[in-house]
Design a protein around this ligand. Sequence first.
Ligand code: BGC
Length: 348
Amino acid sequence: MKIFKEFYDQTAEGLRVDRFVLSNDRGVSVELLSYGAIVSSVKLPDRESGHVDVVLGFDKLKDYEENDSYIGAMVGRYANRIAGGRFTIDKTEYQLTQNEDVNHLHGGNFGLNNRIWDALHYENDEEVGVAFTTELEDGLDGYPGTLQVCVKISLNQNNQLCFDYSAQTDRSTHVNLTHHGYFNLAGRFSGSCENHYLWIDADFYTPTDAGQIPTGEFRTVENTPLDFRTPKRLGQDNAAPLGDPEGFDNNWVLNKADGELKLIAELSDHESERRLYVSTTQPGLQCYTAQYMAVEGKGDFPGYGPRAGVALESQHFPDTPNQPNFPSTLLLPSEAYHHTTIYQFDFE
Ligand code: BGC
Protein backbone atom coordinates (compact mmCIF):
# COMPACT_ATOMS: atom_id res chain seq x y z
CA MET A 1 0.00 0.00 0.00
CA LYS A 2 1.15 3.51 -0.71
CA ILE A 3 0.24 7.09 0.06
CA PHE A 4 1.66 10.39 -1.08
CA LYS A 5 0.79 14.06 -0.87
CA GLU A 6 1.03 16.64 -3.65
CA PHE A 7 -0.05 20.20 -4.39
CA TYR A 8 -3.56 20.18 -5.89
CA ASP A 9 -4.79 23.74 -6.45
CA GLN A 10 -5.39 27.14 -4.87
CA THR A 11 -8.65 28.50 -3.48
CA ALA A 12 -10.15 31.69 -4.95
CA GLU A 13 -8.35 33.48 -2.07
CA GLY A 14 -5.02 31.93 -3.05
CA LEU A 15 -4.76 29.34 -0.27
CA ARG A 16 -2.97 26.07 -0.94
CA VAL A 17 -4.96 22.85 -1.14
CA ASP A 18 -3.25 19.45 -1.12
CA ARG A 19 -4.24 16.15 -2.61
CA PHE A 20 -3.46 12.75 -1.10
CA VAL A 21 -3.29 9.68 -3.29
CA LEU A 22 -3.89 6.36 -1.49
CA SER A 23 -3.49 2.99 -3.17
CA ASN A 24 -3.65 -0.63 -2.11
CA ASP A 25 -2.06 -3.72 -3.66
CA ARG A 26 -5.30 -4.79 -5.35
CA GLY A 27 -5.34 -1.89 -7.79
CA VAL A 28 -7.66 0.49 -5.93
CA SER A 29 -6.66 4.14 -5.64
CA VAL A 30 -8.39 6.97 -3.82
CA GLU A 31 -7.81 10.72 -3.94
CA LEU A 32 -8.56 12.98 -0.98
CA LEU A 33 -8.39 16.77 -0.80
CA SER A 34 -7.52 18.94 2.19
CA TYR A 35 -10.43 21.17 1.05
CA GLY A 36 -13.70 19.82 2.52
CA ALA A 37 -11.98 16.47 3.30
CA ILE A 38 -13.33 15.64 -0.13
CA VAL A 39 -13.03 12.19 -1.69
CA SER A 40 -12.45 13.35 -5.26
CA SER A 41 -11.90 9.98 -6.90
CA VAL A 42 -12.11 6.25 -6.24
CA LYS A 43 -10.58 4.24 -9.06
CA LEU A 44 -11.22 0.51 -9.33
CA PRO A 45 -9.42 -1.84 -11.70
CA ASP A 46 -11.38 -2.50 -14.90
CA ARG A 47 -10.68 -5.24 -17.47
CA GLU A 48 -11.36 -3.04 -20.49
CA SER A 49 -10.18 0.44 -19.60
CA GLY A 50 -7.54 -0.31 -16.95
CA HIS A 51 -9.44 1.52 -14.25
CA VAL A 52 -12.78 3.25 -13.70
CA ASP A 53 -13.62 6.12 -11.36
CA VAL A 54 -16.83 5.37 -9.43
CA VAL A 55 -17.46 8.63 -7.55
CA LEU A 56 -18.46 12.04 -8.88
CA GLY A 57 -15.83 14.74 -8.61
CA PHE A 58 -14.20 17.67 -10.41
CA ASP A 59 -10.76 18.38 -11.83
CA LYS A 60 -10.51 21.93 -10.55
CA LEU A 61 -10.98 23.24 -7.02
CA LYS A 62 -12.99 26.18 -8.41
CA ASP A 63 -15.78 23.75 -9.32
CA TYR A 64 -15.95 22.40 -5.78
CA GLU A 65 -15.96 25.97 -4.46
CA GLU A 66 -18.80 27.05 -6.76
CA ASN A 67 -21.00 23.95 -6.70
CA ASP A 68 -23.61 23.44 -4.00
CA SER A 69 -24.13 19.68 -4.29
CA TYR A 70 -21.57 18.86 -1.56
CA ILE A 71 -19.88 16.50 -4.03
CA GLY A 72 -17.62 14.06 -2.15
CA ALA A 73 -17.42 16.36 0.88
CA MET A 74 -17.58 16.08 4.63
CA VAL A 75 -20.84 17.56 5.94
CA GLY A 76 -21.54 19.06 9.38
CA ARG A 77 -21.70 20.16 12.10
CA TYR A 78 -25.26 19.01 11.47
CA ALA A 79 -25.82 17.13 8.22
CA ASN A 80 -29.37 17.34 6.82
CA ARG A 81 -32.12 19.73 7.90
CA ILE A 82 -33.11 21.51 11.11
CA ALA A 83 -36.61 23.03 11.09
CA GLY A 84 -36.61 26.83 11.12
CA GLY A 85 -32.88 26.58 11.82
CA ARG A 86 -33.79 26.56 15.48
CA PHE A 87 -33.29 24.37 18.54
CA THR A 88 -33.28 24.72 22.31
CA ILE A 89 -30.70 23.34 24.74
CA ASP A 90 -31.17 23.83 28.50
CA LYS A 91 -33.89 26.46 27.91
CA THR A 92 -31.66 28.56 25.61
CA GLU A 93 -32.90 28.88 22.05
CA TYR A 94 -30.33 29.00 19.25
CA GLN A 95 -31.02 30.44 15.80
CA LEU A 96 -28.88 28.90 13.08
CA THR A 97 -28.29 30.13 9.55
CA GLN A 98 -31.40 29.59 7.43
CA ASN A 99 -29.78 28.51 4.18
CA GLU A 100 -32.65 26.51 2.66
CA ASP A 101 -35.76 28.70 2.78
CA VAL A 102 -36.52 28.98 6.50
CA ASN A 103 -34.65 25.78 7.37
CA HIS A 104 -31.01 25.01 8.07
CA LEU A 105 -29.20 22.54 5.79
CA HIS A 106 -25.85 20.73 6.09
CA GLY A 107 -24.25 22.97 8.72
CA GLY A 108 -24.98 26.35 7.12
CA ASN A 109 -22.64 28.67 5.23
CA PHE A 110 -19.39 27.85 7.03
CA GLY A 111 -19.73 24.10 7.39
CA LEU A 112 -17.16 21.34 7.07
CA ASN A 113 -17.52 21.04 3.30
CA ASN A 114 -15.96 24.33 2.21
CA ARG A 115 -12.96 24.83 4.46
CA ILE A 116 -9.33 23.78 4.39
CA TRP A 117 -8.65 21.08 6.96
CA ASP A 118 -5.35 20.23 8.66
CA ALA A 119 -4.35 16.92 7.16
CA LEU A 120 -1.74 14.37 8.26
CA HIS A 121 -1.19 11.25 6.23
CA TYR A 122 -0.05 7.95 7.68
CA GLU A 123 0.54 4.33 6.80
CA ASN A 124 0.73 1.18 8.85
CA ASP A 125 0.42 -2.58 8.24
CA GLU A 126 -3.36 -2.42 7.96
CA GLU A 127 -4.10 0.78 6.06
CA VAL A 128 -3.05 4.02 4.44
CA GLY A 129 -4.99 7.11 5.41
CA VAL A 130 -5.31 10.77 6.26
CA ALA A 131 -6.33 12.23 9.62
CA PHE A 132 -8.26 15.41 8.87
CA THR A 133 -8.82 17.84 11.73
CA THR A 134 -10.54 21.18 12.04
CA GLU A 135 -12.27 23.44 14.54
CA LEU A 136 -15.75 24.94 14.19
CA GLU A 137 -15.85 28.08 16.32
CA ASP A 138 -18.43 28.78 18.98
CA GLY A 139 -21.28 30.77 17.38
CA LEU A 140 -20.36 29.92 13.79
CA ASP A 141 -23.61 29.57 11.79
CA GLY A 142 -25.36 30.07 15.14
CA TYR A 143 -24.24 26.82 16.84
CA PRO A 144 -23.16 26.78 20.48
CA GLY A 145 -19.75 25.34 21.38
CA THR A 146 -16.31 25.17 19.84
CA LEU A 147 -16.28 21.79 18.12
CA GLN A 148 -13.04 19.93 17.45
CA VAL A 149 -13.61 17.50 14.60
CA CYS A 150 -11.36 14.67 13.42
CA VAL A 151 -12.18 12.42 10.48
CA LYS A 152 -9.80 9.62 9.55
CA ILE A 153 -10.30 8.40 5.99
CA SER A 154 -8.37 5.25 5.12
CA LEU A 155 -8.03 2.51 2.54
CA ASN A 156 -7.07 -1.10 3.29
CA GLN A 157 -6.34 -4.32 1.39
CA ASN A 158 -10.00 -5.40 1.61
CA ASN A 159 -10.95 -2.51 -0.69
CA GLN A 160 -12.62 -0.73 2.20
CA LEU A 161 -12.77 3.04 2.34
CA CYS A 162 -13.21 3.68 6.06
CA PHE A 163 -14.45 6.83 7.77
CA ASP A 164 -13.76 7.18 11.45
CA TYR A 165 -15.39 10.31 12.88
CA SER A 166 -14.76 11.88 16.25
CA ALA A 167 -15.59 15.22 17.84
CA GLN A 168 -15.45 17.05 21.14
CA THR A 169 -17.22 20.22 22.28
CA ASP A 170 -16.75 22.74 25.10
CA ARG A 171 -20.51 23.56 25.32
CA SER A 172 -23.54 21.35 24.72
CA THR A 173 -24.36 21.28 21.01
CA HIS A 174 -25.88 19.08 18.30
CA VAL A 175 -23.61 17.06 16.01
CA ASN A 176 -24.39 14.92 12.96
CA LEU A 177 -21.48 14.28 10.61
CA THR A 178 -21.55 12.49 7.27
CA HIS A 179 -19.72 11.93 4.01
CA HIS A 180 -21.55 13.25 0.94
CA GLY A 181 -20.01 11.16 -1.87
CA TYR A 182 -22.08 10.32 -4.95
CA PHE A 183 -21.44 6.83 -6.32
CA ASN A 184 -21.87 5.62 -9.86
CA LEU A 185 -20.48 2.11 -10.20
CA ALA A 186 -20.70 2.18 -14.00
CA GLY A 187 -18.20 5.07 -14.00
CA ARG A 188 -18.38 8.73 -13.04
CA PHE A 189 -19.34 9.96 -16.52
CA SER A 190 -21.59 7.09 -17.53
CA GLY A 191 -24.85 9.03 -17.01
CA SER A 192 -27.79 8.01 -14.89
CA CYS A 193 -27.48 5.31 -12.23
CA GLU A 194 -31.15 4.34 -12.47
CA ASN A 195 -30.10 0.81 -13.43
CA HIS A 196 -28.17 0.28 -10.22
CA TYR A 197 -29.81 -2.04 -7.72
CA LEU A 198 -30.09 -0.97 -4.11
CA TRP A 199 -30.74 -2.92 -0.94
CA ILE A 200 -31.36 -1.07 2.36
CA ASP A 201 -31.84 -2.89 5.65
CA ALA A 202 -34.74 -0.71 6.83
CA ASP A 203 -38.40 -1.49 7.58
CA PHE A 204 -39.26 2.14 8.33
CA TYR A 205 -38.58 5.65 7.07
CA THR A 206 -39.20 9.13 8.47
CA PRO A 207 -41.99 10.85 6.46
CA THR A 208 -41.58 14.59 6.01
CA ASP A 209 -43.52 17.75 5.19
CA ALA A 210 -43.05 19.67 1.93
CA GLY A 211 -39.89 21.30 3.32
CA GLN A 212 -38.40 17.84 4.00
CA ILE A 213 -38.77 18.21 7.77
CA PRO A 214 -39.80 14.94 9.49
CA THR A 215 -43.27 14.74 11.00
CA GLY A 216 -41.78 12.72 13.88
CA GLU A 217 -43.45 9.48 12.80
CA PHE A 218 -41.74 6.21 11.75
CA ARG A 219 -43.72 4.78 8.84
CA THR A 220 -43.42 1.33 7.30
CA VAL A 221 -41.79 1.09 3.85
CA GLU A 222 -44.21 -1.70 2.93
CA ASN A 223 -46.23 -0.87 -0.19
CA THR A 224 -44.22 2.31 -0.77
CA PRO A 225 -41.48 3.08 -3.30
CA LEU A 226 -39.07 3.15 -0.34
CA ASP A 227 -39.17 -0.62 0.11
CA PHE A 228 -35.61 -1.70 -0.71
CA ARG A 229 -35.64 -4.71 1.63
CA THR A 230 -34.95 -6.89 -1.36
CA PRO A 231 -32.61 -5.38 -3.99
CA LYS A 232 -34.56 -3.18 -6.40
CA ARG A 233 -33.56 -1.21 -9.47
CA LEU A 234 -33.30 2.47 -8.47
CA GLY A 235 -35.37 3.54 -11.48
CA GLN A 236 -38.10 0.93 -10.96
CA ASP A 237 -40.32 3.09 -8.78
CA ASN A 238 -39.93 6.75 -8.21
CA ALA A 239 -40.96 8.56 -5.09
CA ALA A 240 -43.96 10.30 -6.70
CA PRO A 241 -46.44 8.94 -4.13
CA LEU A 242 -44.26 10.58 -1.48
CA GLY A 243 -44.14 13.91 -3.27
CA ASP A 244 -41.04 13.69 -5.45
CA PRO A 245 -41.64 12.45 -8.98
CA GLU A 246 -37.97 12.67 -9.85
CA GLY A 247 -36.23 10.30 -7.45
CA PHE A 248 -35.32 9.62 -3.84
CA ASP A 249 -34.23 12.01 -1.13
CA ASN A 250 -35.31 10.28 2.06
CA ASN A 251 -34.12 9.06 5.43
CA TRP A 252 -34.43 5.36 6.23
CA VAL A 253 -34.58 4.10 9.82
CA LEU A 254 -32.01 1.31 9.84
CA ASN A 255 -33.05 -1.99 11.41
CA LYS A 256 -31.49 -3.02 14.71
CA ALA A 257 -29.34 0.10 14.96
CA ASP A 258 -27.63 -0.33 18.32
CA GLY A 259 -24.39 1.52 17.70
CA GLU A 260 -22.55 -1.61 16.50
CA LEU A 261 -21.00 -1.63 13.02
CA LYS A 262 -23.45 -3.38 10.63
CA LEU A 263 -23.90 -3.95 6.93
CA ILE A 264 -26.91 -1.77 6.05
CA ALA A 265 -26.92 -1.22 2.28
CA GLU A 266 -25.66 -2.68 -0.96
CA LEU A 267 -25.50 -0.88 -4.29
CA SER A 268 -24.77 -2.93 -7.41
CA ASP A 269 -24.32 -2.42 -11.11
CA HIS A 270 -25.13 -5.71 -12.83
CA GLU A 271 -23.53 -4.81 -16.13
CA SER A 272 -20.04 -4.14 -14.74
CA GLU A 273 -20.58 -6.54 -11.82
CA ARG A 274 -19.32 -3.90 -9.41
CA ARG A 275 -20.77 -3.69 -5.92
CA LEU A 276 -20.58 -1.35 -2.97
CA TYR A 277 -21.34 -2.51 0.58
CA VAL A 278 -22.08 0.12 3.22
CA SER A 279 -21.63 -0.61 6.93
CA THR A 280 -22.21 1.91 9.69
CA THR A 281 -22.76 2.44 13.39
CA GLN A 282 -25.33 5.19 12.65
CA PRO A 283 -29.14 4.79 12.96
CA GLY A 284 -30.14 6.38 9.64
CA LEU A 285 -29.36 6.46 5.95
CA GLN A 286 -30.23 9.41 3.71
CA CYS A 287 -30.30 8.21 0.13
CA TYR A 288 -30.31 11.01 -2.44
CA THR A 289 -30.42 10.15 -6.14
CA ALA A 290 -29.21 13.58 -7.27
CA GLN A 291 -32.39 14.31 -9.21
CA TYR A 292 -31.67 18.05 -9.21
CA MET A 293 -28.05 17.86 -10.20
CA ALA A 294 -27.08 20.00 -13.19
CA VAL A 295 -23.39 20.76 -13.40
CA GLU A 296 -22.31 22.18 -16.71
CA GLY A 297 -19.33 20.68 -18.48
CA LYS A 298 -16.21 22.71 -19.08
CA GLY A 299 -13.47 21.85 -21.56
CA ASP A 300 -13.49 18.09 -21.87
CA PHE A 301 -15.45 17.72 -18.62
CA PRO A 302 -18.89 16.44 -19.67
CA GLY A 303 -20.71 17.61 -16.52
CA TYR A 304 -23.23 15.78 -14.36
CA GLY A 305 -26.98 15.67 -14.92
CA PRO A 306 -29.88 14.33 -12.87
CA ARG A 307 -29.21 10.92 -11.30
CA ALA A 308 -25.51 11.00 -12.26
CA GLY A 309 -24.75 9.40 -8.90
CA VAL A 310 -26.35 8.25 -5.69
CA ALA A 311 -25.39 9.57 -2.26
CA LEU A 312 -25.62 7.08 0.62
CA GLU A 313 -25.23 9.25 3.69
CA SER A 314 -25.07 7.39 7.00
CA GLN A 315 -26.27 9.74 9.72
CA HIS A 316 -28.75 10.57 12.47
CA PHE A 317 -32.26 11.50 11.41
CA PRO A 318 -33.09 14.98 10.03
CA ASP A 319 -34.28 17.59 12.55
CA THR A 320 -33.40 15.39 15.54
CA PRO A 321 -32.77 18.44 17.79
CA ASN A 322 -36.54 19.14 17.58
CA GLN A 323 -37.77 15.54 17.63
CA PRO A 324 -37.94 14.02 21.12
CA ASN A 325 -38.56 10.48 19.79
CA PHE A 326 -35.48 10.32 17.57
CA PRO A 327 -32.11 9.01 18.87
CA SER A 328 -30.38 12.05 20.31
CA THR A 329 -27.69 14.12 18.58
CA LEU A 330 -26.90 16.18 21.66
CA LEU A 331 -23.19 16.21 22.49
CA LEU A 332 -22.15 17.30 25.98
CA PRO A 333 -18.67 18.60 26.87
CA SER A 334 -18.17 15.48 29.02
CA GLU A 335 -18.80 13.17 26.04
CA ALA A 336 -16.87 12.08 22.97
CA TYR A 337 -18.65 11.85 19.60
CA HIS A 338 -17.62 8.82 17.59
CA HIS A 339 -18.94 6.87 14.65
CA THR A 340 -17.70 4.67 11.85
CA THR A 341 -18.86 4.09 8.28
CA ILE A 342 -17.22 1.76 5.77
CA TYR A 343 -17.73 1.68 2.00
CA GLN A 344 -16.40 -1.60 0.62
CA PHE A 345 -15.95 -2.05 -3.12
CA ASP A 346 -16.27 -5.42 -4.81
CA PHE A 347 -15.17 -5.73 -8.43
CA GLU A 348 -13.48 -9.11 -8.70
C1 BGC B 1 -30.08 16.29 0.74
C2 BGC B 1 -30.70 16.89 -0.50
C3 BGC B 1 -29.82 18.00 -1.00
C4 BGC B 1 -28.46 17.41 -1.25
C5 BGC B 1 -27.43 18.36 -1.83
C6 BGC B 1 -28.73 15.79 0.39
O1 BGC B 1 -28.12 15.27 1.52
O2 BGC B 1 -30.88 15.27 1.30
O3 BGC B 1 -32.00 17.34 -0.24
O4 BGC B 1 -30.37 18.57 -2.15
O5 BGC B 1 -27.95 16.87 -0.08
O6 BGC B 1 -27.41 19.55 -1.27
